[in-house]
Each structure stands twice: as structure tokens, then as C-alpha cells.
Design a protein around this ligand. Structure first.
Ligand code: C5P
Length: 396
């Protein structure tokens, strides 16, 4: 997920650095927006360094012409921590006089506010009415801790620990997700089929599509196991990753994970064939020329088909198909043959999809095909997860 952290002018602003780190440690992208007053407590440079340059303070003078709209559009959640009494009042009244408050007004994603201030300011009827107004509009107010405050007073008004803020936000987001409580298996990447100690048959699958699906399913609240062949892409840290090499290993790991999964998405590019025998030693030119010139192949197991034919009532199985012609009808045939519930058909007639960031995709189900057009793989993954959630709720 992309989380926007808002920092306002309060002594607890230093804790916002750790709030950013907590979200990053949980595998999320983070941007920061600061008020002018916040910079009296922590410099912009600190947040720039923590977010690789994704920290902003001003509506003007940025390369981005309309920064508050861009920030609002990319955010999956806006977390204002700490939120001063002044900013809570502005939010409650729709005042948009700087980048942070303008962004808040433009946000359609969930908004969280963690008030932090002196106890009397917090308990003041005006602040309480403002927080009530925010709650009534769906803003999640994170209750401050009570304790010894920076001003010397004792009572509620302390910013909770960063780990508590991050957990509160993530629990709320994930339990509201379309796949909350579901277990999803994703197969991803290529398989590697050994010829001898050094040679192998494989393919150019980058794992990008699998990684995008893993993240989209996690963001929707699912528990995700990814069974992957060797890839250089990084899977989201929240996923459980089972590394495999051969199709036989992938089948065995996938069947294990599928036993208690609600859905499987088979995005791996499994080698169709493997050498009949894998020599433990290196075949040598000169000595093993006949063995090198002709490598007998045998068919690999079809993992999608095995899961499709073995699924229980309620389990949903999704496959992929790369086609150069008759895309929809070939995918339809694959859907039936492999007993899948949905096939994501990729039209590769214009070139390879391997390693690319975009896909020309269609969703094919027993009731027909739906062309998505050319979309980034991340968008295909998000739509696939949405569709999967609908299918799982139908079959529940
Ligand atoms: O038959 P084809 O290789 O086009 O099917 C592609 C789909 O089947 C993908 O979802 C892929 O992950 C899956 N597949 C598999 N095991 C194989 C071959 C393909 O799971 N041996």
C-alpha cells in the first residue's frame, strides 16, 4: 500500500520518523507531507532521507503542478500523526490553507488522525467537538495515551508509540480489505530444470506479475504464500515465500499450500518439459557429445491443472495464458481443460510480456471474456484481486 504520513507542529513530530519506518518495515511505500510548524521540530531533510525524496511541504514551487491532488490520488491511506489541535480544527471545518490540509480535503482514501497536544487543549470542548465531527465523517481518530506530557501536565494527549499507531492503521485497513481472513497461494517466476550439474532449461519469467499479485492480495487483507522459482524481483515482506527450482518441487509446495488455501493464482511460467535425466556431474564436451547433442525430454506436471482438478467446493483457481492468436477462445479452452475458474489471457502477439511492466490482458471465465486493454501489471493485479474477491464471496 502507499501510505501518506502527515506531520504537524507538535513536540511529538520526532515520533513521526518512527511511524514512517514502521510502515516501511511492514512493506509499504510511504510519502510524507509536513506543515510549516512541523519543520520547527523536525527538518524536511530527515523525512526526505527516510522516504527517498518523497516528503513535501508546500503547495507551490514543486515540479508537480497540483501536488495536493497527486498526493491524495496515490495514497491508500492518509495518517496524520501527530495531529495538533489546530490541524484537527482545520480538518473538521474543511479549511485547506496549506499542502497538508488541502491534501486531506482531496483524499478519498481512509484518513487516520492521531491527536497529540496538551491535556487541556485535548479536553477543550472545541477540540472534542472537532474530533467528533471528524469521526462522524468516517475519519479514524487514534486515541492519545495518557501520561506525563512535554509541558509538564499529566493526562491524555500523548502520541501513542509509533508501533501502536502503525498496527492500529494496518489492522483497520486490512480487516476492511476484500480478502480479509482469506489465504491465497500464488505461483510465480520460472522453473529451472537441470540437464547436468551446471546446465538447465528455464525461461525469461521475471516474477513481476507474481510480485504484483502478491502485493495486491496482501493489501486486500489476505494471508499470502508465494511458491516461486528463482527471480530477482523482491516479494513483499509480508508474504510467506517458498523457494523452489523444478516444476516437481513447485507442484509439491503448491499442493501443500493449497490444502488450506481459499484460492490459488498460478502466475508461474512452468517449463513444459524437463530433461528425462539430470546428470549429477557436468557433461563434458568431447566425452559426452552424444548426450549433449540430444537431450531427451519428458513432460512436466501441470500445476494449474492439478490444483484445478483437485480443488474443493469453495476453492477458486486462477491461471494465466499467453496467446498470440485466438486469445479468448484459446483461453476459454484452457479454462475448461485445466478446470480453472478464471484465466488471465495475455495477448503476446505484439511482443513478449516477460520482464515488461504492462500487459494486454483479458479475464476469461465460463461466462465469457472481458478485455482490460493495455494496463500496468500492478493494475492488472489489483483488478484480478477485486475479481477474485467477488468470486470468493459468490462461492462462499
Ligand atoms: O498451458 P499453458 O502453459 O499456456 O498454461 C499457462 C497456465 O498454466 C499458467 O497459469 C501457468 O502457471 C500454468 N501452468 C502450470 N504448470 C505447467 C504449465 C502451465 O501451472 N506445467
Amino acid at each position: 500500500m502507499h501510505i501518506l504520513v502527515g506531520v504537524t507542529g507538535c513536540i511529538a513530530a520526532y515520533k513521526a520518523c518512527e511511524v514512517v519506518r514502521e510502515f516501511q518495515r511492514a512493506g509499504h511505500e510511504v510519502s510524507v507531507v509536513m506543515t510549516a510548524a512541523a519543520q520547527q521540530f523536525v527538518g524536511l531533510a530527515t523525512f526526505q532521507a527516510l522516504t527517498q525524496g518523497c516528503a513535501k511541504t508546500s503547495l507551490f514551487g514543486d515540479a508537480e503542478p497540483i501536488p495536493h491532488i497527486a498526493l491524495a490520488e496515490e495514497a491508500d491511506a492518509f495518517v496524520i500523526a501527530p495531529a495538533t489541535a489546530n490541524v484537527c480544527a482545520k480538518l473538521a471545518h474543511g479549511i485547506a490553507d496549506d499542502l497538508l490540509t488541502s491534501t486531506a480535503l482531496a483524499c478519498t482514501c481512509p484518513v487516520f488522525v492521531a491527536p497529540a497536544m496538551n491535556v487541556h487543549m485535548y479536553e477543550n470542548a472545541a477540540t472534542q467537538a472537532n474530533l467528533d465531527a471528524l469521526r462522524s465523517r468516517g475519519v479514524r481518530v487514534i486515541t492519545p495515551d495518557a501520561g506525563y506530557l512535554a509541558c509538564g501536565d499529566v493526562g491524555p494527549g500523548k502520541l501513542p508509540e509509533p508501533s501502536v499507531i502503525a498496527r492500529t492503521v494496518l489492522d483497520a485497513l486490512l480487516s476492511a480489505g476484500a480478502l480479509a481472513g482469506k489465504r491465497v497461494l500464488v505461483t510465480s517466476g520460472p522453473t529451472v530444470e537441470p540437464i547436468d550439474a551446471v546446465r538447465f532449461i528455464s525461461n525469461r519469467s521475471s516474477g513481476k506479475m507474481g510480485a504484483a499479485i502478491v502485493r495486491a492480495a496482501l493489501d486486500a487483507g489476505a494471508h499470502v504464500t508465494v511458491v516461486s522459482g528463482p527471480v530477482s524481483v523482491a516479494y513483499d515482506a509480508r508474504a510467506e515465500v517458498v523457494w523452489v527450482e523444478t516444476a516437481a518441487e513447485m507442484l509439491s509446495a503448491a499442493e501443500d499450500a493449497f490444502a488450506d488455501a481459499d484460492a490459488a493464482i498460478c502466475a508461474a511460467a512452468v517449463a513444459d518439459m524437463r530433461p528425462e535425466r539430470a546428470e549429477a556431474r557436468k557433461l563434458k564436451k568431447g566425452r559426452d557429445d552424444a548426450a549433449l547433442a540430444s537431450i531427451p525430454l519428458v513432460e512436466n506436471p501441470d500445476i494449474l491443472s492439478a490444483l484445478g482438478h483437485g480443488k474443493r467446493v469453495g476453492q477458486v483457481v486462477v491461471g494465466f495464458a499467453a496467446e498470440t492468436e485466438d486469445v479468448l477462445s484459446n483461453a476459454q479452452e484452457k479454462l475448461i481443460r485445466k478446470q480453472a475458474d478464471l484465466i488471465v489471457a495475455n495477448d503476446v502477439s505484439e511482443g513478449a510480456v516477460f520482464g515488461a511492466d504492462a500487459d494486454e490482458a483479458s479475464f476469461v471465465t465460463p461466462s465469457g471474456g472481458e478485455r482490460l486493454g493495455l494496463l500496468p501489471k500492478t493494475e492488472v493485479a489489483a483488478r484480478l484481486v477485486e475479481r477474485l474477491a467477488e468470486m470468493m464471496h459468490l462461492s462462499a
